[in-house]
Design a protein around this ligand. Structure first.
Ligand code: 5GP
Ligand code: MG
Length: 185
């Protein structure tokens, strides 16, 4: 059992915001169907909840991606460890991640999938650390904007821990001392 952390967003706050985003997405995509591309691993929980809350039909695909290189670099390179299997040509694609930081992961994935001829491509995140953005990325759906804090829970990890927390918490900085805290998935 992981230790208890002080929630930044509890289960109710997450659920309410998630439903608000799902309602907006459902309105925007009314009459069309959607391919949700879940950016593993962090978005596994959020994308699953979102997909179940949408009023429009959706398919779900998974990409395992992480950005690398200096986080201050504007160059958007991501390592793809597993790509989607669904053919997205002519489809409406919604990239879903739990958090945007530099924005490089979503910017690179947008560029990658734009080459496959989708009808449209947008992105949705629950949390946005906008002050850290280095990539040229326009997010279409944002739940909460947060300051530059390292958060865990609801899919987000520190060294693979805490993903299973049902709430989102700020990791005490004493826990990250001496270890890299910008893992990519
Ligand atoms: P970006 O490419 O926007 O810099 O990074 C996005 C990825 O970095 C997210 O999918 C997530 O895996 C990871 N990340 C960014 N900020 C945080 C954070 O505060 N906590 C955790 N656990 N992961 C983060
Ligand atoms: Mg991670």
């Amino acid at each position: 059992m992981d230790e208890e952390l002080e929630p930044l967003f509890d289960e109710d706050a997450i659920r309410n915001k998630m439903q608000e985003l799902a309602d907006r997405i459902s309105r925007d995509y009314a009459g069309s169907d959607l391919v949700i591309v879940c950016v593993l691993k962090a978005a596994a929980f959020f994308a699953a909840d979102l997909a179940r809350s949408l009023a429009v039909p959706s398919r779900i695909a998974f990409v395992c991606a992480s950005s690398y290189g200096a986080s201050t670099s504007a160059v958007t390179e991501v390592e793809i460890r597993k790509d989607i299997e669904i053919d997205i040509s002519g489809k409406h694609v919604l990239l879903v991640d739990t958090i945007a930081d530099s924005g490089r992961t979503l910017a690179a994935l947008t560029a990658r999938y734009a080459q496959r001829g989708p009808a449209s491509i947008r992105s949705a995140v629950l949390l946005d650390k906008r002050s850290r953005r280095t990539a040229d990325l326009r997010l279409n759906y944002v739940g909460f904007e947060i300051p530059d804090l390292f958060v865990v829970g609801y899919g987000m990890d520190f060294a693979e821990k805490y993903r299973n927390l049902p709430y989102i918490a700020v990791l005490p900085s004493s826990d990250t001392e001496g270890e890299g805290n910008r893992p990519g998935t």
